[in-house]
Design a binder for this molecule. Structure first.
Ligand code: C5P
Length: 214
């Protein structure tokens, strides 16, 4: 049976590493929805579209044609033929993405595309889908077989980002993501909380794998 695993959590909570490990262990297609918001943000910034609702935004979004590319277990968004690269992890995108992600039109624009990833995973022969983000278990796939909320204490998360050599205002992003009106970051009702503060990646993956197998 096709399974859907939804993983939500704050910035640098360990969602990506955990999802990647799960995807290869269970032959799931791994979808990082943060990269969708990042790629969309970069395209809108390049087009000079400000982070506010209005005609410029509607026009800007209408000009973005979305496709999906898979490489191994990793799915990637493709926008007008462009596959996102390291540019979506830049400080400029870090600083702007939460502003664009707070706009309901931007979220609506990505909603169907995110839902369609399940069909794509089936067509491409995966046993399921692991999708990570902020509202996956609450809004995108509330019917997921497993809904997890990954938590790590702020000091641990800051240390992880620093180890990656990146400047990222993770606390500021979390604050914005949690306080926005549209699909705020929150523990989805009925989701399983996983606290990774005192666990290494391997331990988190072991724990979560048991939940997937159960
Ligand atoms: O996961 P990542 O930190 O790359 O996400 C970047 C930003 O994209 C988040 O801070 C949030 O503003 C937005 N996002 C979102 N909903 C998702 C995934 C990401 O609003 N499902």
């Amino acid at each position: 049976d096709f399974i859907i695993v939804a993983i939500d959590g704050g910035a640098a909570a360990g969602k990506s590493s955990t999802s990647r490990a799960l995807s290869s262990r269970f032959n799931l297609m791994h979808v990082d929805t943060g990269s969708f918001y990042r790629a969309t943000t970069l395209k809108l910034l390049e087009a000079g579209v400000p982070a506010q609702a209005g005609e410029a935004l509607v026009t800007g979004l209408a000009g973005l044609q979305l496709d999906t590319k898979t490489e191994g277990n990793q799915a990637s968004i493709v926008i007008n033929g462009w596959t996102p690269d390291a540019a979506i992890r830049s400080e400029q995108v870090n600083a702007n993405v939460s502003h664009y992600a707070a706009i309901p039109e931007v979220r609506k624009f990505l909603f169907d595309y995110q839902r369609s990833q399940a069909e794509i995973a089936k067509e491409r022969g995966f046993a399921g889908l692991v999708m990570e983000g902020r509202d996956i278990g609450s809004i995108i796939f509330p019917e997921a077989d497993l809904r997890l909320y990954l938590y790590a204490d702020p000091a641990k998360r800051a240390a992880r980002r620093a180890a990656e050599g990146l400047t990222d205002s993770i606390e500021q992003r979390d604050k914005m993501d949690s306080s926005r009106k549209s699909a705020p970051l929150q523990v989805p009702e009925g989701a399983t909380l996983v606290d990774s503060s005192e666990l290494n990646l391997e331990q988190v993956v072991e724990h979560v794998s048991e939940l997937v197998s159960a």
